[in-house]
Design a binder for this molecule. Structure first.
Ligand code: AHR
Length: 658
């Protein structure tokens, strides 16, 4: 958060200047209306917009196991320098094992010490290369018998004019073997994403490659790990949970292409990948264990979604509840056992063998995703079948239904009372702003708790409309104001809304990489940035408190003008009050703040403000913090003081009380 050392004097204590129009925010600091859920704010993730491959997952080679296209070795090109001759093709006759059956064949017809022939991979919109950095390359290779050339492994510019790092492998074998090299770039080079990865030989022959991998340094130096810069952005949000693996990605476009968790475990050579539901294949390099470790690395608990027998529209493939669904229920129990089972259990032992003997901190299991799309009415029976089996084996686990109160009554039938209901909200900023003051306040408190498992404001064009592709990948200030309004609604009601997470979270901003907008955090190969909505979430999470206190606006703002949305929470340990105030209006909004139920108010406090001149302003790779919060110190606070909220702004006031 940016800190400006500005001392702003709150606009004088309550005085005769107060006009009739100035609304008063009456805060009753000793009247607790709700606890703030300790796991209120988390993350939602799935493979969309190149969230993992070409995103968080640090692997730099695209199509590492040659499965992305059945006929062409996409992202691989023949490479021939100084008059060498080489050609490449997919080869299904040299299976590396039962999982990786297609490999890359490289025929080098002509090569010498000064004319290398081989193959290059262009990565995800280029291979990002930074100065003074160690890269680890691994690959499986075999050659024709008696091949005695040496193999150069290199990082070079896409036009081959510069080599950034190089290593050599001798004595390649005629059988599949794994090779590892390190590549270290020089200090003086400029970082570039316009690079490629090369495997090339100095003698004629035929070579085969598979599972070619290149890793830069990763978060916490994990092997097969994540990008440090994106992980840092996530850590800075202070998330309490990670909902995975979807979203639609859990369900798949068909039953056969649902998230195949068992195939995502263990050594990468055992992971064939699978067709994703967002138009590209997933390598599954970021598999079940990596999801769990990602959550663990951020001190967040996993919220595991299990496949519940229903795949996506338009096919709407369905497994009938009853005996046909039993294997899917058993599969979910295996998956849960992998996550929390004792190491004496089959899948707990497998987790230990994969490197994590300690069970993960799982409390919530979500049964399916958006099952309100199932028009056959089978969800009640499917949910019951999963619920009964999960509760029988793991009574302490909480089961989340994916059909919440927003759905028509007939779809909400539940023969087993879910512990939690998942509701999703993708709405315009204006709609969030108008609906926030009352939406959740009206909910029946006797019904199950709510998990808002996906939500995001869009400006004007719905996220799934292809017209949105012409807009920036991440939301503008206009959407962030709607997001902030919605967050005040959820936070004020966090006795009921026990968890919430924005979606989608990640987007590769390169052309053609995304399927959806808006998205919270954008990146290319070298850089990443948070959108204004990201900063809103960060501001809320850093100033959460443990309880919501009573607050009312008097009088409410006139209808027709964007609502002034607010949520007031308190830290019960030290008496600090956090006033989150959203002014979606183009005019400054004066506000009297009236504090009751406190003995003393410290005259000095702080105010974090997110604002910009134009609603269309947003952040980007070029301007990553154009719209970012500024922290100001403020003075003149008391039992009654006046604060003017800037136009188009989100403010978090920290008021120290006793
Ligand atoms: O967040 C994008 C998609 O929106 C999710 O995959 C799905 O659950 C929802 O419809």
């Amino acid at each position: 958060m940016l800190l400006a050392a500005v001392l702003v004097v709150a606009e004088a204590a309550f005085s005769a200047e107060t006009t009739e129009q100035t609304p008063v925010l009456r805060i009753q600091a000793d009247q607790i209306v709700a606890p703030v859920s300790p796991i209120f704010s988390g993350m939602m993730t799935e493979e969309i917009n190149h969230s993992y491959d070409g995103g968080l997952y640090a692997e730099l080679i695209q199509n590492p196991s040659l499965n992305d296209n059945p006929t062409i070795p996409v992202h691989w090109t023949a490479m021939q320098s100084g008059g060498a001759a080489a050609s490449i093709a997919l080869d299904n006759s040299q299976a590396m094992n039962e999982q990786l059956t297609t490999c890359l064949r490289v025929d080098v017809a002509k090569a010498s010490a000064t004319a290398l022939g081989g193959v290059a991979n262009d990565g995800y919109w280029g291979i990002p290369v930074r100065p003074n950095t160690l890269y680890r390359a691994t690959f499986y290779a075999k050659t024709t018998p008696r091949f005695n050339g040496s193999l150069t492994v290199a990082l070079e510019s896409s036009d081959a004019s510069k080599t950034f790092a190089r290593s050599t492998v001798e004595h390649l074998k005629a059988e599949w073997r794994k090779y590892s090299v390190t590549l270290t770039t020089p200090r003086g080079m400029a970082a570039t994403a316009d690079a490629r990865f090369v495997l090339a030989v100095n003698a004629p022959g035929t070579l085969w490659f598979n599972l070619v991998s290149l890793f830069p340094p990763t978060w916490k130096h994990r092997a097969n790990g994540n990008r440090p810069d994106v992980m840092q952005k996530l850590a800075d949000m202070k998330p309490t949970f990670l909902r995975f693996p979807g979203g639609n990605y859990l369900e798949g476009s068909t039953i056969a292409t649902r998230f195949p968790w068992k195939q995502t475990l263990g050594d990468l050579s055992q992971r064939p990948g699978h067709p994703g539901c967002w138009g590209y294949r997933s390598s599954d390099g970021l598999g079940l264990l990596e999801f769990l470790e990602w959550a663990e690395d951020l001190n967040a608990q996993p919220v595991l979604a299990v496949y519940a027998g229903y795949s996506l529209p338009p096919k709407n493939e369905l497994v009938k509840p009853g005996p046909a669904l039993a294997p899917y229920v058993a599969d979910a129990l295996d998956e849960i056992e992998y996550v929390i089972g004792d190491t004496k259990t089959t899948w707990g032992a497998r987790r230990a063998a994969d490197g994590h003997p300690v069970p993960f901190n799982l409390h919530y299991v979500e049964i399916g995703n958006e099952d309100w799309f199932d028009e056959t009415g089978s969800y009640d029976a499917r949910f019951s079948q999963f619920y009964d089996a999960i509760k029988a084996k793991y009574p302490r686990l909480q089961c989340i239904s994916t059909v919440g109160n927003e759905q028509p009554e007939k779809k909400r039938v539940h023969s087993r009372t879910p512990d939690v209901l998942d509701e999703h909200y993708y709405r315009s900023a204006a709609n969030f702003e108008q609906d926030a003051p009352a939406h959740f306040d009206k909910y029946d408190r006797n019904r199950p708790k709510i998990f808002v498992g996906e939500w995001a404001a869009y400006e004007d064009i719905v996220p799934w409309d292809s017209k949105s592709r012409s807009l920036p990948p991440t939301p503008t200030l206009k959407a962030a104001l709607g997001d902030a309004a919605w967050l005040t609604a959820m936070e004020r009601n966090s006795d009921l809304i026990i968890m919430q997470c924005y979606a989608p979270m990640l987007v590769n901003v390169n052309p053609g990489a995304r399927q959806w907008r808006p998205n919270l955090i954008g990146y290319d190969g070298l850089n990443c940035y948070g959108s204004p909505s990201y900063y809103v979430i960060q501001m809320f999470n850093a100033n959460q408190g443990q309880v919501v206190v009573k607050a009312e606006l008097d009088p409410a703002l006139p209808a027709g003008q964007p609502a002034l949305n607010f949520s007031i929470t308190k830290n019960t340990n030290d008496g600090a009050l956090f006033a989150k105030l959203v002014n979606a209006n183009s005019r400054p909004q004066p506000l009297e703040i009236d504090l009751a139920g406190v003995r003393r108010v410290n005259s000095r406090g702080s105010c974090i403000v997110l604002k910009s001149v134009r609603l269309e302003d947003g952040n980007s790779i070029a301007e990553p913090t154009k719209v970012a919060p500024i922290t100001e110190k403020i003075a003149g606070l008391g039992r009654r003081f006046r604060q003017t909220l800037p136009p188009f702004s989100v403010s978090v006031l920290r008021i120290q009380t006793k």
